[in-house]
Ligand binder design. Structure first.
Ligand SMILES: [Ca+2]
Ligand SMILES: [Ca+2]
Length: 256
């Protein structure tokens, strides 16, 4: 028990150190899970366990459910494909519905997007636009081999028909930061034009235009045993995040 407590405190300290060093939005942290199953980009859970090997977070609040979730995992086998899943409660096809994923590749923050920051924006369920930072704003660039699909489907998190996005992006092609391991800044959002009261629902609830307040992919983890779900319940508490990482790491720690 004493060893466990020491390890827990070390994990918390390490995470707090990481967050301080990289100035990410406090409490919005995940780790890069290495996949055991390759996702099929078809806008739905192709199998019941397609995303069970990913790090899964609530889009808002602390509950994984119908209000929205997102998930991230990595295929490091050859092309460093980042795979993303976002589920929105949205069920209406509007021309200005929007998905956004931003990556701060070098995780160097800044209050405006820089050359190592990319924004992937999908509008109206039809059109992908990609941007790179200029130092002061976003500039449109050609799609860097990002593949995506969204569709109306059900899932274990929402039994009603709702929009589900699946997207893959090759780290090595996205930006000049290359296929480096984390840390990376990350921001994801969804917007339903039929629900303007909700507005843009984002993780973290900040701005795509301000990398210094993105969330943080703090590190990577290749120790997830095959078939083990690492679905994450509560993202808002730094200590909960640290505890979760501790619980995962504990599997592979040598006995003291
Ligand atoms: Ca799928
Ligand atoms: Ca909509």
């Amino acid at each position: 028990m004493i060893k466990s407590c020491i390890l827990m405190l070390c994990s918390v300290f390490l995470l707090l150190t990481i967050e301080t060093a990289f100035a990410a939005e406090p409490g919005y942290t995940l780790i890069e899970a290495y996949q055991t199953t390759a996702a099929t980009v078809d806008g739905k859970w192709t199998t019941a366990t397609e995303w069970s090997d990913a790090f899964i977070l609530p889009m808002a609040g602390t509950t994984l459910g119908a209000n929205g979730i997102w998930a991230y995992k990595m295929d490091s086998s050859s092309t460093y494909l980042m795979s993303f899943l976002i589920e929105s409660p949205d069920s209406t096809n509007d021309a200005t519905d929007k998905w956004v994923i931003c990556i701060d590749g070098s995780n160097d923050g800044g209050t405006a997007p820089k050359a190592d920051d990319v924004k992937i924006e999908i509008t109206g369920h039809t059109t992908l636009t990609m941007y790179v930072g200029t130092g002061t704003a976003w500039s449109v660039i050609a799609n860097k081999a990002v593949t995506w699909k969204d569709s109306l489907a059900t899932s274990a998190y929402n039994s009603a028909n709702h929009y589900i996005l699946e997207l893959k992006a090759d780290k090595g092609a996205l930006g000049d930061w290359g296929a480096n391991p984390p840390p990376h800044g990350v921001y994801v959002s969804m917007y339903d034009a039929s629900n303007t009261a909700a507005g843009t629902v984002a993780w973290p609830p900040t701005s795509a235009d301000n990398p210094s307040r993105y969330g943080l992919i703090a590190s990577y983890d290749a120790t997830v045993p095959e078939g083990t779900s690492i679905a994450f319940i509560a993202a808002l508490s730094t200590f909960a995040v640290a505890a979760t990482i501790f619980m995962k790491k504990r599997v592979s720690l040598p006995k003291l």
